[in-house]
Design a protein. Sequence first.
Length: 411
Amino acid sequence: MSVVDRIWHRCRIATLAPSRQGLGVIEDGLIASRDGRIVYAGPAAEAPDLDARERIDCGGRWITPGLIDCHTHLVYGGNRAHEFERRLAGASYEEIARAGGGIVSTVNATRQADTAALVAAALPRLDALIAEGVTTLEIKSGYGLELATERRQLQAARLLAEHRAVSVRTTFLGAHAVPPELSGDKDRYIDAVCETMLPAIAAEGLADAVDAFCEGIAFSPEQISRVFSKARALGLPVRLHADQLSNLHGAALAASFGALSADHLEYADDAGIAAMARAGTVAVVLPGAYYFIRETKTPPIAAMRRHGVSIALATDSNPGTSPLTSLLLTMNMGATLFRLTVDECIAAVTREAARALGLFAETSSLEVGKSCDLAIWDIERPAELVYRMGFNPLHARVWRGTPDAVAPSRN
């Protein structure tokens, strides 16, 4: 008889295992963990003889892998609610930017905040995600645009994982915008990113990946290529904000560097999607930003399906274009705005989100050897996770085999 730490029984399981069809459903399931890892996940009738230190009766509830938010900008100073009011009153983005608003206002607020202040500001946003079953998330920098503040953002992101039972992946997004002090000199700033910022961040081990914003209002494909070449030389994987507002062939650029993901993709063309498929680059679609900026062109979901590109969903939580901290609502938006199916939405915030972070071997599906990260739900069927709006059916959350000590908040 094998001794394990915990057994969850009398549960229905959506394993998300690629070897099983659809969500990989097991109607009468059992999950066992030891040292934070899954040692069995399957039909109760087929479970080996196990002796558990703790047995948890799930009462017929559903268990999915813990949710993964694979694209956030969770650490920043201030907020832009006042700009939102101005836009509603008719002010244009350009008018707000000329008055010191837009990304410049967030950069200024973030530069003025120390690490402790950045952690304190981010914790309520993180808590909102955790309360909906998130066990892993990615956090980008990109609101410092100079080394000291970019470093501070990444340090704060890492500290969040010490304050909460959650896995955090950090991404250096120095090539997000041109800092105000350089007056639009993009090449000079890219020089600083490649020659000073990226080597320092890599040497300190603060980033798990490197991201950049390829867009007319940000940086050109040629400038992004310089950043990605430097990242590759430093041994860091890359991701890309691509083809959100126009088609600069960012999807193909990301694929050419073997990027983990290309994100947004509203204006990506068929050739770019095909290139992503060949490279194994995940498409991360972000309906929160699409909704908030009132975009009208949806990502080419049909092309992604046709070419077999993995599709992930994320909140894109940020102060300017997606102040969203609900992955459950993100799933509903993915279904209603982008016409993703229930199975696609749930896979998009578990299995495929893990692929976008390079973590598929570690977590995201209920399989032997993976981290025991679970979300236990008071639902009758998985479609409820996508169907409901403003309702949180989370019963319990488990991170690395340990249930949360405090019950999640209820809406």
